[in-house]
Ligand binder design. Structure first.
Ligand SMILES: NC(=O)C1=CN([C@@H]2O[C@H](COP(=O)(O)OP(=O)(O)OC[C@H]3O[C@@H](n4cnc5c(N)ncnc54)[C@H](OP(=O)(O)O)[C@@H]3O)[C@@H](O)[C@H]2O)C=CC1
Ligand SMILES: N[C@@H](CCO)C(=O)O
Length: 436
């Protein structure tokens, strides 16, 4: 049997499990790919640590250039994270005629188009199944299984760390800080966990999904992104009493007959009976609405060493099975961008949850309803939970029907200036997954 030689760069949470699972599944993978897939060299930062992990010393180096320049390697796997060094590694590897696998969504979000163009011009492949939704074969589904469809919507939970934290906070089992600490220990979080909790990691994944679905790389800065750092346990509780749960969602919607794509990441209220509401812990789930197939749901582990290694290994098998393709259909978005653009957040239409802290006196609700009414924004429900002390004001929660974001924000601004208001209005979007 022929061999397929691989150089691995990075032996952390994911890299180590790629190495381990390739050894334990060697025969199975050989049968399925028709090649002996073998890791011949591993670049690490600490040889001592790698030796403790059981890696034989003969295959270790601390210089990734040794891997990129090794003429006997067919492919490299980049699993170090970050942007600048991986960019250098991948561009050098492609120039040297290597195929590339990466799980690096941050790199792809910022440089995906250049890297794909480079891969195309060198007639080499770059595969990145693990970069979105961990172990779920989501990108293959978009590129192969659903290839006949135009995509109307791709939305869901694509960050395991945030989903884990929100699940623990909702169940009342852990505080935000404790859940984040645990997510790091479990290997879900990025080396810099602010990428997770700020929503940026989900935005990077949304950019990749957008490129694959619409042949359009949005600028990361244009993706409206808001994280879970300031989600207040009170709002989780009040939303729960109203029949909703909090999820950090990435939402991508193509407006029909328009060149605009809605693409946004933010904490979102979902009805408890919606299928995504039951997606808990480190699981991810994405709904894809295709014009032929209708709704599809993809569900599975979104992070962690083994689920992510499963996706990396699937890319390696694909490379080993089909060596050196002249044209790589997976990079069909590489050379030419469509003319789409990102819809400004002010133009989106959504339902909203609005929590105000008000002085408890007659006329308050009427004044707020008048401001919303003047903007043609309908109220769907109002709740004033009873509190033990009135000294700091009372919470007033208002759910509103579909409204254009800019009119709702204008109304909120007017409301914030009412004399009986204490503190700023708290606003969350509520998602029904309608497409326009
Ligand atoms: N963890 C997950 O669940 C998922 C991660 N990803 C992505 O996979 C990539 C890896 O993630 P993960 O394994 O969690 O990260 P880790 O931080 O656990 O692993 C990265 C490893 O790379 C090593 N490293 C850093 N720089 C170099 C270098 N120049 N040469 C050799 N080794 C180097 C680090 O060494 P040291 O230990 O000394 O810092 C570390 O061991 C990232 O791009 C991440 O976004 C994608 C999907 C899921
Ligand atoms: N930090 C990421 C890893 C998977 O991409 C997450 O929590 O989803």
């Amino acid at each position: 049997m022929k061999s397929f030689h691989v150089g691995l760069i990075g032996l952390g949470n994911v890299g180590y499990r790629v190495w381990h699972n390739l050894l334990t599944h060697r025969e199975l993978l050989a049968k399925k790919s028709g090649k002996e897939i073998e890791i011949k060299k591993i670049a690490v930062r600490s040889v001592e640590k790698a030796l403790k992990q059981g890696v034989p010393p003969g295959i270790l180096t601390t210089d990734w250039k040794e891997i990129v320049n090794d003429p006997d390697l067919d492919a490299i796997v980049e699993l170090i994270g970050g942007i600048d060094v991986p960019y250098e590694i991948i561009t050098e590897a492609l120039k040297k005629g290597k195929e590339v696998v990466t799980a690096n969504k941050a790199l792809l979000a910022f440089h995906g188009q250049q890297i794909a163009s480079l891969a195309s011009s060198y007639k080499r492949r770059i595969l990145f199944e693990a970069s979105v939704a961990g172990g779920i074969p989501l990108l293959q589904a978009i590129q192969d299984g659903l290839v006949a469809n135009r995509f109307l919507m791709i939305s869901g939970i694509v960050n395991a760390t945030c989903n884990y934290i929100l699940t623990e906070m909702t169940n009342g089992r852990m505080s935000y800080a404790d859940a984040l600490k645990k997510a790091k220990e479990l290997g879900y979080a990025e080396a810099d966990e602010t990428l997770d909790v700020s929503g940026e990691d989900s935005a990077h994944k949304a950019a990749i999904l957008c490129a694959l679905s619409y042949r359009f790389w949005p600028k990361v800065e244009e993706i409206y992104t808001s994280g879970i750092q300031s989600v207040d346990p009170f709002d989780i509780q009040y939303a729960g009493e109203l029949g909703y749960v909090f999820k950090l969602l990435a939402i991508i919607k193509k407006h029909q007959d328009s060149k605009e794509v809605e693409i946004r990441v933010h904490p979102t209220l979902l009805r408890k009976d919606h299928i995504l509401s039951s997606v808990s812990g480190s699981f991810n789930a994405v709904i894809i609405k295709g014009d032929i197939v209708g709704d599809q749901l993809f569900y599975g582990r979104g992070a962690g060493g083994d689920p992510t290694a499963s996706a990396v290994l699937s890319d390696l098998v694909e490379l080993a099975r089909y060596p050196h393709m002249e044209y790589n259909p997976r990079l069909f978005f590489a050379d030419e961008q469509t003319e789409y653009k990102v819809m400004p957040i002010s133009e989106i239409i959504s339902r909203y949850y609005l929590r105000l802290n008000v002085v408890d006196k007659p006329g308050v609700l009427a004044a707020i309803a008048e401001i919303l009414g003047k903007k043609n924004i309908g109220i769907s429900s109002v709740v004033q939970p009873e509190v033990s002390s009135f000294s700091q004001g009372v919470p007033l929660i208002i759910m509103v029907h579909d409204a254009k974001e800019k009119y709702f924000k204008e109304a909120c601004f007017e409301i914030s200036r009412l004399p009986f208001l204490k503190g700023e209005p708290i606003v969350y979007r509520v998602e029904d997954f309608h497409v326009q």
